[in-house]
Design a protein around this ligand. Sequence first.
Ligand SMILES: Nc1ncnc2c1ncn2[C@@H]1O[C@H](COP(=O)(O)OP(=O)(O)OP(=O)(O)O)[C@@H](O)[C@H]1O
Ligand SMILES: [Mg+2]
Length: 360
Amino acid sequence: MNVTKLELTNFRNYKKLKLDDFKKINIIIGPNGVGKTSIIESIYVCSLARSFKSNDDYVILKNGESFSKIKLELNNNLKNIKLEYTLTEAGKKTKINSTLKKRISDFISQYKVILFSPDELRIIKESPNTRRNYLNISLSQINKSYIKLLNNYNVLIRNKNDYLKKMYINSNMDSTYLDILDKKIAEFGSEICKIRSEYIDKLNKYIKKIFKRFKKDDEVSIRYDSQFSLKNEEEIIKLLKKTRNNELSLGLSKTGIHRDDIVFLHNGNNSKEFSSEGIQKLILLSLKMAELEVLINDYYEEPILLLDDLFSELDIVNQNSILNNLNKNIQVFITTTDINNVKKSMLRNAKVIDLGERVV
Ligand SMILES: Nc1ncnc2c1ncn2[C@@H]1O[C@H](COP(=O)(O)OP(=O)(O)OP(=O)(O)O)[C@@H](O)[C@H]1O
Ligand SMILES: [Mg+2]
C-alpha cells in the first residue's frame, strides 16, 4: 500500500498543501514548527479517523477556520483508492471513492499505519491506561471485532460501577444484578484477554531480535499483566466473587481487563524505571518495528510507516542501523530538521519534501 497523493485544506498550520509523486522513502525536512509532524499526522488521521496528538478531534482544524479536509490517494498495485476526511462543526464526514460512509468504522483502516513519534514515549513512561490505549489502537487495526468486544465490556464495567456505587450507599440492595454483570464480564473479559495475550506473544517473537540490532548484549521483551491471564470463564467468575467484598467497600470495580498493563522488560528490569532516555526510544522503536513485522507476516498487510523526529537523541550508529534495516517494500515517511541526518545513499532513492521556511 502506497500513498500517492495528499491534499490538506485548513489542516493545522496549512491553508492548502498538495503533495504527490511519493516514493517508498519520503523525507520531510524543515525547521521547527514548519509543519513536518502535521503531514505525518494527516496520514495517520486518514487511516484511523483520530489524531495521535490529542483526543480532541478539533485540534487539527486550522485556527479560525470552520472546516478541515484531508484528501489522500492510495495505490496497492491492483487498485487506486481515494479517501476524504472532513471535519466540520457538525462532526466528521468520510468518503471512500466519493461515496459517503455513514459509519466511521467503514472508513477506518483502509490502510494501516505504524507511528513512531517522541510523543509515543509516553507508552513506556506514563500510566497503565496509556499502554492499554496503545494496545487498543493497535488491535483495532487488525481485529474488527475487538473494538465491539471492548465497547461491550466497557458498558458492563460502567453499569457495574454505577451499581457498586449505589450499593456502597445502600448495602441492603440485592446483589443478583452484580452476578449477572460478572458473568458477562467474565465472558467478554476472557475473550479480550486472549486477544491481547496472543498479540503480545506475536510482538515478542520479533522485538527481542530487533532490539539486538541496537544493543546486541541486551534483552528486551514485553510482559502482559492481567488478572484474567490463563483463566477460563469459570475461574474468572470465581475471582470476581472473591474480590466482590473489596469492590463493594470501594464502590468501584477493580477486577478485570480494564486494569491490565504491559511491562517493557530491559534485561529483566522495568524499562520505565531502568532504561536511559535513548534506550527507551530504541525500545519504543523496536516495538513499532515488531508491530510492522506482525502486520506483514501474520496479517499479510503492507502498513505505512510514519517516523516522526526519528533521529533526535539517537547516536549515529543507531540512526544508521534503523535506516539500514528499513523494509524495502514498505512506504515510509520520515521527518527531520537536519538533512545531514540522512545518508547520501538513502537520499538518492528518496523523495525529499523540503518545507524550508515556506509561508502557508
Ligand atoms: N490548529 C492549528 N491551527 C493553526 N496552526 C496550528 C494548529 N495546530 C498547530 N499549529 C501550528 O502548526 C505548526 C506546525 O507544527 P508541527 O508540529 O507540524 O511542526 P514541526 O515541523 O513538526 O516542528 P518540530 O520540528 O518542532 O517538530 C506549529 O507552528 C504549530 O504552532
Ligand atoms: Mg514535529
